[in-house]
Design a protein around this ligand. Sequence first.
Ligand SMILES: Cc1cc2nc3c(=O)[nH]c(=O)nc-3n(C[C@H](O)[C@H](O)[C@H](O)COP(=O)(O)OP(=O)(O)OC[C@H]3O[C@@H](n4cnc5c(N)ncnc54)[C@H](O)[C@@H]3O)c2cc1C
Length: 382
Amino acid sequence: MELYDVVVIGVGGMGSAALFHAARCGARVLGLEQFDIPHDRGSSHGQTRVIRLAYWEHPSYVPLLRRAYELWHELEHVAGRTLLVTTGSIDAGPAASRPMRGALEACQRFDLAHEMLDAAALRRRFPGYRLPRDLVAVFQPDGGFVLPEQCVLAHVHAAQAHGATVQMQEPVVEWTADADGVVVRTTRGSYTTRRLVLTAGPWVGKIAGALRPVVSVERQVVMWVTPRVPEYFQVDRFPVFYLHGSEGSFYGIPMFDGRGFKIGKYHHRRQVVDPDAVERVCDAEDERVLREAIRHYFPDADGPATSMETCLFTNTADEHFIIDRLEPRVVVAGGFSGHGFKFCSVVGEILAELALDGASRHDISLFTGSRFKGFRTRNPEP
Ligand SMILES: Cc1cc2nc3c(=O)[nH]c(=O)nc-3n(C[C@H](O)[C@H](O)[C@H](O)COP(=O)(O)OP(=O)(O)OC[C@H]3O[C@@H](n4cnc5c(N)ncnc54)[C@H](O)[C@@H]3O)c2cc1C
């Protein structure tokens, strides 16, 4: 049996980035993916993902985001193509709400360029937005979107250029770790490795029993529509948004590459699912949830739907990530709670550091698994 330095289970958003960073360090690396690369059954498909710096969720994310931006741009250079499109970002909601206070705090604390706009000023500046008068907005010019399928492929191709082996259509059945190494068994064979990285996304609770009690998988739906006034929803006239309204929180992305205006609702219908038994067909209720927000906040986008897609969140109770050592030789990254993709580039760097060096240069103390009862870790490496 060949001995690898690092085996990565799950070649989606995080796994592809981990493969690249580990291979770039000269490690002998194998990535194992159960489906195609990329595919549309996990969490990293659907053309676009919002990236934003005015991060209200917690100030710890902003330094990681700065590094993520740097690494996305490096990857664009390596891949020779655009992976990140800058549109600016809008965070909108009631002035006293936690997201609005958090977004402003991030801007002030990290000296991020930003402007506060009331609903009328927002509409004058970006006419696709028609928010009620009781909502305010923070505009941050560095926001935009990344292209998830292209990012996964770019990381995989760059990893392969550094000698990584990447095998698709090869589900991992089990792994066992001891003091000598880790054995990974798939439907096709067995592999031995010094270190294991688990980036199985919605399946992380199935492949890492320690995470089973602390994550839950949730069905999401996004919809693309052809706006009634398409010129208001172009990349150069419509910043991506995160909007906290009376019906819940929504996110959206301008028209790009022939597809329409895209909208989704965080925790769409709060449907907890098994990732192997998800209802992938979207129904009238899925459309109604998103249509209601379009009519309320973006009436000029209220044209026919062109497509709807399902996707999966893997949530933790506090909606912060889990990036931790599970056993001395095993690192896990999961529970990205619907906001992880923008971080893939830096999470890949972190996972390669944890696997190869035993520690990361980045502050990841917010993401320890042991903050949850039920998450088991053995002693860390000496
Ligand atoms: C609708 C929607 C909108 C989102 N919007 C945003 C956004 O705007 N901005 C943002 O930053 N984030 C967003 N997110 C969240 C983000 O997309 C996820 O956090 C991120 O994609 C998670 O990546 P991952 O690598 O953990 O999972 P995945 O990309 O799903 O990768 C996991 C991989 O592991 C493989 N795998 C699992 N088990 C096995 C096994 N046993 N053997 C082999 N392979 C296995 C899977 O097939 C899969 O390919 C959104 C998510 C959804 C669903």
